[in-house]
Write a protein that binds this ligand. Structure first.
Ligand code: ZN
Length: 152
């Protein structure tokens, strides 16, 4: 979004708060540093999540947020970065344009994103989401991560 003062530069989001119907974003101009707030109608994503049990539930961005926060605990990520990551993941999910999305697909999207930014967070996330039945399967996933890395 362009700066409303100088209209020359893009702005970055420095803070973002959701309530039920609007997203309040605090923005800062990358050029003149002017700060302003925008209120955006949240695009309430209109789809359901199909859980492993087959049950449908309404999509809730907070669940993704909580999962990520948990995985990133004590890792060097600011609140701003986390919000941007959640936004990003949500956009990806919305872009699927499905009415029903299986929860494991969302888990996949989140884990792929985390894999790119923080390996510890990635392993933490998949350890919950894949609910490894043993330390051995967890260790083999960690090993795979290391070998994938050395290939790249
Ligand atoms: Zn400006």
């Amino acid at each position: 979004m362009l700066c409303i003062r100088c209209k020359k530069a893009e702005t970055k989001v420095v803070d973002s708060r959701d309530d039920e119907k609007t997203v309040r974003r605090r923005r800062e101009c990358l050029s003149c540093k002017f700060r302003f707030t925008t209120y955006e109608k949240s695009e309430i994503p209109n789809f359901k999540i199909k859980k492993r049990s087959g049950a449908l539930e309404t999509y809730d961005r907070l669940k993704i947020y909580r999962g990520i926060i948990k995985s990133l605990e004590k890792r060097p990520f600011s609140e701003e970065k986390v919000m941007a990551l959640v936004d990003d993941i949500e956009q990806k999910i919305i872009a699927l344009q499905e009415n029903v999305i299986e929860s494991h697909l969302i888990g996949e999207i989140v884990s792929q994103r985390l894999k790119k930014i923080d390996e510890v967070a990635y392993l933490r996330f998949i350890s919950v989401y894949k609910s490894f039945s043993s330390a051995k399967s967890f260790a083999s996933e960690a090993k795979k991560l290391v070998s994938d890395k050395s290939k790249n």
